[in-house]
Design a protein around this ligand. Structure first.
Ligand SMILES: Cc1cc2nc3c(=O)[nH]c(=O)nc-3n(C[C@H](O)[C@H](O)[C@H](O)COP(=O)(O)O)c2cc1C
Length: 174
């Protein structure tokens, strides 16, 4: 198996992160991989917001927790120090597909650099809310963006779970 296939097959979601920050060099490589995802008609509809500031990271976590309906004190980002938020331009017909591919590139690039990751949901609700709109405004981001997903990044605090067995009939040859 070559390195690319190994990376794709060994990536697993991390649900317990160390507080250690991901090195800027690695973060830049992961982000760059995200920007090279395929997009419908090459329109590059997604954008990525890289959150490393702890205060902002905690505010986003709190919003996500409330949307998810979890009890106070729960961190839906499992302690990850970095959150990469992928949003995509609603005016592009393929924007959700485009954003999902960016998410995949981010997670797989992270895996290739031994950085742990997980997709955390509810970005749509977050950026449809006043909290998200205010954040985009504060960052000077204009346009009609839909939240696609958060890629939480960091170093795993414990070994990652083994993958679930692949279901039968996943693939049909025709
Ligand atoms: C669209 C999507 C949304 C997800 N949202 C969450 C989430 O909010 N919280 C979480 O703990 N895991 C979330 N996950 C991670 C999945 O639970 C995980 O990918 C799945 O259990 C398979 O495990 P693996 O990533 O280790 O292969 C999400 C994954 C995807 C693709």
């Amino acid at each position: 198996m070559n390195e690319t296939l190994k990376t794709l097959e060994t990536r697993r979601s991390c649900r317990k992160f160390k507080p250690d920050m991901v090195e800027k060099e690695k973060l830049d490589m992961i982000l760059r991989a995200g920007t090279y995802a395929a997009t419908g008609m090459g329109k590059q509809s997604p954008i990525i917001i890289a959150v490393t500031d702890k205060t902002l990271r905690d505010q986003i976590s709190e919003e996500n927790r409330k949307i998810g309906g979890w009890n106070e004190g729960f961190d839906p980002f499992y302690g990850a120090p970095v959150i990469l938020i992928v949003l995509a331009d609603r005016s592009v017909a393929t924007h959700v597909y485009d954003g999902a591919l960016v998410m995949g590139n981010l997670m797989n690039a992270a895996q290739s650099l031994d950085v742990a990751s997980i997709w955390i949901h509810r970005a749509k609700e977050e950026f449809d809310s006043q909290f998200g709109k205010d954040l985009l405004k504060k960052l000077g981001i204009e346009g009609d963006y839909e939240g696609i997903g958060h890629c939480a990044l960091g170093y795993a605090a414990e070994p990652l779970a083994a993958p679930a067995p692949r279901k039968e009939n996943y693939v049909y040859y025709a």
